[in-house]
Design a protein around this ligand. Structure first.
Ligand code: HEM
Length: 468
């Protein structure tokens, strides 16, 4: 782990960057151990690199113009690549994250209304209730008790989905869902050498056997949810306007047909997966970073206190500092650390020829730390996201949620949730790292601290009591 110093700013840990390109065996071992370590110094310094690797012809493009080309201007020429689909499809089926072409377009159109600014704003009270209930739970514990912040945020993120997208709940214990999702990420998210070598799917990946029970649990739980809602609709009872109802009501405008059952199930699992660990990891990193940067912690706590001044109705848009610290955490530790696409036909990016079939990697983790785009790129400095500085950030230099037509559909949901949860937690508690606890970023589909993050939860002498 490296921690280069920037005067007056906290520089959190990140993997050392190799000076020279890795050989085939080292690439395979690194991708299996922690794909974040694959990025060498050249990736941070060069706008585009292309070459034949153990994974075939690959380009690494980390320049805003290249990002724009792949995700927007020539988007029709790029599809999600086989390796990424091989990891995601066993769990996510043909849901919105993994679907392509017409199937993706239909799903995106059908689901977009659920994430409109108005609908997401309507979710704020549910998010507030969940955060306040967590605060109450933590208050019942001994002052300074140790919590695994990864588990804490993960549970809140799952409850937020339960109360909003699946308004009648998931019908199972949230911690069982949490365990199943973690087991899936740990097994399927760990690149198998057979995948890296492009071996056919019928060859079993032994490491994934561990993830099978998790998939079975999710399949059964989701089937039960869908059946329950179908029965309710068949009875003619009024159904809540949530993701389930929308999925069941979605119709192809051309054929009038509904989504196949498999796609409905795939999207439910997709939302649980895509909307749960990502936001939770973003929050976990934020609490870690604030514990190390006292000036920003003081500013964030001050804003959290003011956000709840009973004299003023609480409006979460007021929380510019909380949003900036969350966005800065997503810059340094983007939960989706690496994205990729495969060129369908030949293309040219930044003057470099991209033959058809090339996989283009675009890692938000690298782009967000390129020294030509960011001042003190490895340091924690939320002021980048405040006031006019925020406006100066190139749209294609900061992509924790992706970009273009396939930008994260849950972005407004997640940003709102992040602010609401931070405001509640920081108003009541100060999170301090347990002595000896390291925060080592590990990529297992999402980017999380290896082994979780243990922190003392100490009560703050806050002026206001918890509101729900
Ligand atoms: C901090 C939190 C989050 C981060 C960092 C994040 C990141 C991303 C990224 C980078 C993509 C684009 C992937 C690509 O282009 O290959 C994406 C897509 C997606 N995200 Fe998120 N996400 C977050 C939260 C959420 C939430 C809360 C939901 C749902 C409630 C969600 C649902 C989705 C879905 C369904 C897609 C696929 C969109 C499409 O292809 O049309 N995400 N997300």
């Amino acid at each position: 782990m490296a921690t280069a110093a920037s005067p007056g700013l906290f520089t959190p840990p990140y993997p050392r960057r190799t000076e020279t390109p890795r050989g085939a065996l080292s690439t395979i071992l690194t991708l299996r151990r922690n794909p974040l370590e694959i990025w060498g110094r050249a990736h941070f310094e060069q706008p585009i690199l292309i070459g034949r690797t153990v994974l075939g012809l690959r380009a690494a493009a980390h320049d805003p113009a290249a990002v724009r080309r792949v995700f927007l201007d020539n988007v029709a020429n790029y599809r999600k690549d086989d390796l990424q689909l091989r990891i995601l499809r066993p769990g996510l089926g043909n849901g919105l994250v993994t679907a392509e072409g017409d199937s993706w377009r239909l799903q995106r159109r059908s689901l977009a209304p659920l994430f409109s600014p108005r609908t997401v704003a309507d979710f704020a009270p549910a998010m507030q209730r969940i955060a306040a209930a967590t605060v109450e739970r933590l208050r019942r514990r001994r002052d300074g008790a140790v919590a695994d912040v990864g588990e804490l945020t993960s549970r809140m993120a799952l409850e937020a989905l339960e109360q909003t997208l699946f308004s009648q709940g998931l019908g199972r214990d949230p911690s069982a869902f949490q365990r199943a999702v973690n087991a899936y990420f740990d097994s399927f998210g760990r690149l198998d050498p057979l995948d890296l070598l492009g071996a056919p799917d019928f060859l079993p990946r032994l490491g994934r056997l561990r993830g099978r029970p998790a998939l079975k649990f999710l399949d059964e739980a989701v089937d039960a949810i869908v059946e329950g809602r179908k029965r309710l609709l068949d009875r003619g009872d009024e159904a809540p306007r949530d993701i389930l109802t929308l999925l069941l009501a979605a119709r192809d405008p051309e054929t009038g047909r509904g989504l196949p059952d498999a796609d409905i199930r795939a999207n439910i699992v997709t939302f649980i997966f895509a909307g749960h660990e990502t936001t939770a990891n973003g929050l976990t990193w934020t609490l870690y970073l604030l514990s190390q940067a006292r000036d920003w912690r003081a500013r964030a706590e001050g804003e959290a206190d003011r956000a709840f001044d009973p004299a003023r109705p609480s409006t979460f848009e007021d929380c510019a500092v909380l949003r900036a610290v969350f966005e800065e955490a997503l810059r340094l530790y983007p939960p989706a650390a690496a994205l990729s696409r495969q060129a369908i036909a030949d293309d040219e990016i930044l003057g470099v020829r991209i033959p058809a079939g090339t996989v283009v990697s675009i890692a938000p983790y690298v782009l967000h730390r390129r020294p030509n785009l960011w001042i003190n790129p490895d340091a924690f400095d939320p002021s980048r996201f405040l006031g006019p500085a925020r406006e100066r950030i190139d749209r294609f230099a900061y992509i924790p949620f992706g970009a273009g037509p396939r930008v994260c559909i849950g972005m407004p949901f997640s940003l709102q949730e992040g602010v609401v949860i931070l405001a509640n937690l920081l108003r009541s508690f100060r999170f301090e790292l347990v002595e000896g606890q390291r925060a080592e970023p590990l990529q297992r589909i999402t980017l999380r601290p290896r082994g979780g993050l243990k922190m003392h939860v100490r009560r703050r002498d806050s002026k206001f009591e918890t509101r729900s």
